[in-house]
Write a protein that binds this ligand. Structure first.
Ligand code: NIG
Ligand code: FE
Length: 418
């Protein structure tokens, strides 16, 4: 990948965005405090924060002496938020892709040494710096498209030292790139080979040793489980949730991807931030998520890669008023995707989201899925200066084009990043 560019987004290398930004067209829903009258707006960035937003290009006298950046009529959106990724891992799994194309079943892939555990092997072999370098290249791709906040899960270590390594890399990426990183501990992602046939023993270690240790080191912002026939049971999931709650950590869930396990309703009862995948989500799951304010995170990249045909219940989620987010689910097995705009496109084409739903799904609702709604996902006075200017004529083009990157300028954490 683009190693020559690998340092371009490091926050230390980026110029300040402090100044007056004029001639901008906010996308509908972009502003935290509601849309302004149609027409251009200006905004002021100072010390990394948005200080002022107003219609037209006249700014209060207090800001008149600041540098000016002419947006040239560009579309303005909040910085994008990728709310579900497995960005840090060793190796890649192109061989599995080829096997799947030749109609290999999940079991056959697993027998040939593939699946999550093959990434576990590769991740355990890499040291922290190696993992940082490979994840940084992937992160650069997302940042170049306007991502300003990202969730990064562990789950390819499945042993304390290796889960720690992944989460430390996630934290380091956030510092080096000035991107908001929310870490999620996914120790219950798969059963590590050394625990074969001893699932309960492994879950006990996850709950009693790994999670408390990593939380004490400040490495865990949320806790996730892969609740599935090929993952962990409902009872095991609940045990992990209890351990998370005891430490005051929010939960989220890989739920209802391949079957209806009832995981979403369980997660919502634990006040989950989000339930993710949810192709097989039931009416009860939807009602419980609505009552709990849990976000439905849609992952069309995994649906596409697995050639799934069971659509998530979009109309029922819409009718119930459950907020929907869209994410890359970047991972080396089921969604090697590095474009959130492509995911927005696929959420529309495959899942029948409307374009506004898809765009809110990669901004406002994605921030909600991370508990970042007060600072990210919308543009507002007092919030960190995270926004993107796009070279398009209308917002719907963001979900319409694919395979191109119509970004004109990215402002991330008060710096001009692109
Ligand atoms: O979100 N569903 C489980 N976890 C990942 C896949 C991980 C992998 O195959 O490596 C997902 O799709
Ligand atoms: Fe995932």
């Amino acid at each position: 990948m683009q190693s020559a560019q690998a340092a371009t987004h490091l926050i230390a290398n980026l110029p300040s965005a402090n100044g007056v930004w004029t001639h901008l067209h906010p996308m509908p829903g972009a502003l935290a405090d509601g849309d302004m009258p149609a027409g251009e707006v200006s905004l002021v960035v100072e010390q990394g924060l948005i200080r002022w937003i107003g219609a037209g290009d006249a700014v209060p006298a207090a800001y008149a002496a600041l540098p000016r950046f002419d947006g040239g009529g560009a579309l303005l959106t909040p910085g994008l938020v990728d709310c579900h990724t497995h960005l840090v891992y060793g190796g890649q799994r192109a061989n599995e892709f080829a096997m799947r194309l030749a109609d290999a079943s999940y079991e056959e892939v697993a027998k040939a040494g593939g699946g999550i555990v093959s990434s576990v092997r590769a991740t355990r072999e890499d040291d922290e710096d190696t993992l940082f370098a490979s994840a940084a290249r992937r992160l650069e791709e997302l940042l170049a498209e306007g991502v300003c906040a990202i969730e990064i899960k562990s789950g390819y270590g499945l042993a304390l030292e290796h889960e720690r390594k992944q989460l430390r890399v996630a934290r380091r990426l956030g510092e080096a790139y000035g991107v908001t990183v929310r870490t999620t501990f996914l120790g219950a992602h798969a059963l590590p080979p050394e625990y074969a046939g001893r699932s309960q023993d492994y879950i006990d270690v996850v709950c009693n040793e790994m999670l408390p240790a990593l939380a004490a080191e400040g490495l865990v912002d949320a806790v996730d489980v892969f609740c599935e026939r090929i993952g962990f049971s409902l009872a095991e999931t609940e045990q992990v949730f209890k351990a998370a709650k005891a430490l005051g950590l929010p939960v989220k869930l890989h739920a209802e991807q391949l079957s209806d396990m009832g995981g979403s309703a369980l997660a919502a009862r634990y006040g989950a931030l989000s339930c993710d995948h949810i192709e097989h989500l039931s009416a009860e799951g939807i009602a419980t998520m609505k009552a709990a304010g849990t976000v439905a995170v849609l992952l069309p990249g995994a649906y596409y890669t697995l050639r799934d045909t069971h659509l998530p219940p979009i109309q029922a989620l819409r009718d119930a008023g459950v907020p929907m987010a869209v994410s890359t689910d970047h991972n080396p097995g089921t969604s090697p995707a590095l474009s959130l705009l492509l995911m927005a496109n696929m959420a529309c084409t495959l899942f029948r989201l409307t374009v506004p739903e898809a765009l809110v799904g990669i901004t406002r609702n994605a921030a909600l899925a991370l508990g970042l709604q007060d600072t990210h996902g919308t543009i507002g006075v007092g919030r960190p200066a995270n926004f993107v200017l796009w070279g398009v004529q209308e917002a719907s083009e963001l979900a319409y084009w694919f395979g191109q990157r119509p970004v004109r300028t990215v402002v991330r954490q008060g710096r001009v990043a692109v």
